[in-house]
Design a binder for this molecule. Structure first.
Ligand SMILES: *Cc1c(COP(=O)(O)O)cnc(C)c1O
Length: 364
């Protein structure tokens, strides 16, 4: 890709009065009237900020682990002296409601944390049901919706999610250097404590004091104009398409990918409805070396095929159809790549059947 990067120099400052508007537009996508904080960093820092701001001695957390992100979140809570129980799903599978219910019955938790959709393994956790269980018990909910926003509905208001972390760089097809956190009034009560970090990039209370409580003018520190202009442009594009249409585009790419994999006699890893619409994971055929397969697959132009990430994903490969890649063209490239790679490693593969399966979903 050739671009004139010099046009990115000398960007004007992002207008201070538009930061609040950006937060409002993100709140709308989340269906919430909660406060929305803008974080000038990729979403991993926003997640670390949430864990660090909430953790302290005496806080009991039920942390659901379905990927390395969940593991990290539990570690950050533990580092902050919170009492953390990790509930781990079967590797690379969604957590079950029974596991969550069982854990919630065993102790009085202050908070429950969970990743909504995983791009590491292509799974979707049953968020509405888990949020309902937590609410029944009066447990504060923290949701990593970084990957899911734009792919799946993240109904912060309707589900009563206390803290949601989102990033624009996945299904919203926006910049990676800015992220956001929605915070309920109930969550602020837990976040406002003596030992909360201050004068720190990880402090949510700083954000409240220096931004929310000051009428949401310029962000504290030096705002990064390129990231914020890009976020605004990404939201323009999402709003022009309409969030439900963005969801449908991801669902259709998933449907087409799964149908085509079946036509290629390749097994998808997760069954519907346990799958996320961000990536489709498939099982590497027995006896095939993963790296050889991936190198073969990525020699097809336009394809994005990568290894699964984390425990249980060692024999999985991922077909990426997130964001702008949630399109017929990207799905076709991915499937052509998988088909070519299967042949290259000596397995039969019916290219045409794969492409016909895609056509049947998109309507030839
Ligand atoms: C991508 C992702 C993040 C954030 O990762 P970045 O390094 O900021 O891109 C967090 N959680 C989940 C579930 C993700 O998929």
């Amino acid at each position: 890709m050739r671009m004139d990067i010099s046009s990115l120099l000398d960007a004007p400052p992002y207008p201070a009065e538009r930061y609040g508007r950006l937060a409002d537009r993100l709140a709308l996508l989340l269906g919430t009237t909660n406060d929305v904080l803008l974080i000038q960093a990729e979403a991993v820092l926003a997640l670390e900020a949430v864990a660090t701001s909430i953790a302290r001695e005496g806080i009991r957390a039920l942390n659901i682990v379905t990927s390395p992100y969940g593991t990290w979140f539990g570690d950050w809570l533990t580092r902050g002296a919170a009492d953390v129980d990790n509930v781990c799903a079967t590797p690379a599978k969604p957590i079950t409601l029974e596991a969550v219910r069982g854990a919630l019955d065993k102790a009085d938790y202050d908070v429950l944390s969970i990743v909504h959709a995983e791009s590491a393994t292509g799974i979707l956790n049953p968020l509405p049901e888990i949020a309902a269980l937590a609410r029944e018990k009066g447990v504060l909910t923290i949701v990593d919706a970084v990957a899911s926003i734009g792919g799946h509905p993240v109904d912060v208001g309707r589900l009563g999610i206390d803290i949601a972390v989102v990033g624009p760089q996945k299904a919203l097809a926006g910049p990676a250097g800015v992220s956001a956190i929605s915070v309920s009034q109930r969550a602020w009560k837990i976040l406002d404590h003596d030992r909360a970090p201050t004068n720190s990039m990880l402090s949510l209370l700083d954000q409240k004091k220096l931004w929310l409580d000051c009428g949401r003018a310029a962000l504290p520190g030096t705002p990064a104009p390129l990231e914020f202009f890009a976020l605004e442009a990404a939201l323009d594009r999402i709003e022009a398409e309409g969030l439900p249409a963005v969801h449908r585009r991801h669902a259709q790419a998933t449907l087409a990918t799964r149908a085509a994999l079946e036509a290629l006699a390749t097994s998808a890893w997760v069954d519907v409805p346990d799958n996320s619409v961000l990536v489709t994971t498939a099982i590497l055929p027995d006896g095939i070396d993963r790296d050889t397969f991936l190198i073969a697959a990525n020699s097809t132009p336009g394809a994005d095929i990568t290894a699964g990430v984390g425990p249980g994903a060692e024999r999985l490969f991922r077909l990426n159809h997130t964001g702008r890649r949630a399109s017929e063209e990207a799905v076709r490239s991915n499937i052509a790549a998988v088909s070519a790679a299967l042949r290259q490693v000596g397995l039969p593969s019916d290219d045409e059947a794969g492409q016909l399966a895609i056509a049947s979903v998109y309507g030839a």
